[in-house]
Ligand binder design. Sequence first.
Ligand code: PMP
Length: 413
Amino acid sequence: MIPDNPAVSIDLNLIRRNFPVLQTQVHGKPLVYLDNGATTQKPRAVIDKLNELLESKNSSIHRGVHFLSEQMTGEYEYAREIVRNFINARNTNEIVFSSGATGSINAVAFSFGEKYIKEGDEIIVSEMEHHSNIVPWQMLCARKKAKLRVIPFDENGVLLQNEYKLLFNEKTRLVAVTHVSNSLGSINPVKEMIRFAHDHHVPVLIDGAQAVQHSRVDVQDLDCDFYVFSGHKVFGPTGIGVLYGKEAMLDTLPPYQGGGDMVDCVKFEKTTYNQLPFKFEAGTMNYTAAIGLGTAIEYINSIGFGAIMQHEKNLFAYTQSRLKEIEGLEIYGNAKEKISIFSFLIQDIHPFDIGMILDKMGIAVRTGTHCTQPVMDHFQISGTIRASMAFYNSFEDTDRLVEGLKNAVNMLK
Ligand code: PMP
């Protein structure tokens, strides 16, 4: 694993120049991009890599003997090694490429569900999950007549650990919980939650879609059974994601989809499957995006999580204090352990109205439920304004946001 040096500080001007979209204008104003929870922007290195692949290397992987195919296969498998190193998996058999966090969770819900879930069994999720970590389990429960149990959170957006522990019984088969909430920003104590589940012989899937871009994740240290994330939220391309699974677990699971590449020998009498990780990669994979994800991770590594975390911590504190200047602004999600996601409402103004006005000022935020309707139901609200930050955001971005919000409130009051 790459060691993270917290003493190294970030060269923000240089970093921002690496992201072409951050130099663009929206409605005649320099873009302030604060929708990183939805997707992150791409550094020049990733854009150049994708161009290079499409211009001079494109060829289907794994099935060719010719030069281009071998070259592309090499790059694809190297990207797998980069991902392995990024999350410190034991070996590349444990790294399956998917279409995204959603694709990974659905794969586990089908595959693990096929093998291990039967009528009356229970699966634990939390009240703050993204719909992607609720609906696949509901679909599984409907197929198998199993039951979903839900860990509630308190008024600050902290998962209630006592309630979590009370949910376990002899029917509990899996815990699926988010590492970081995309609408509240809460960082959940997943290591402790995993340890508790394992004490009860229950495997755990962690949704890391909002975690891997903010801090170093070590799947061996967490000891999770599955860990999933999306490439596009970690400065890589869309259409690619990662499913990490412990090798011993993945070995026991049936394939999720059938097709080319995931097979060993196909006969009408009986087909045998390929070894890990290919058993879970049916058909022509999005190999360009996988390689682009590898480049994005190398870019992150070149900055280092020590510097990234320090900058994001400073940005968080500054933004938190500046948002207090706005009268009637209420933040949803005030966990002590939190990343730079700010979900809020101002007085009784509709979030959409504020989002539209901010957009006219070149400021991109998200409004709505953020695919977490149960979170909105918890607070009995219809949605929030969400400003979500990445390491390339600056203190000036926060200033522009605060100024924009003040103007929007004046216009709408
Ligand atoms: N989980 C969380 C916590 C998320 O924030 C998201 C995306 N907003 C997802 C899962 C789904 O990611 P994707 O749409 O890239 O599959």
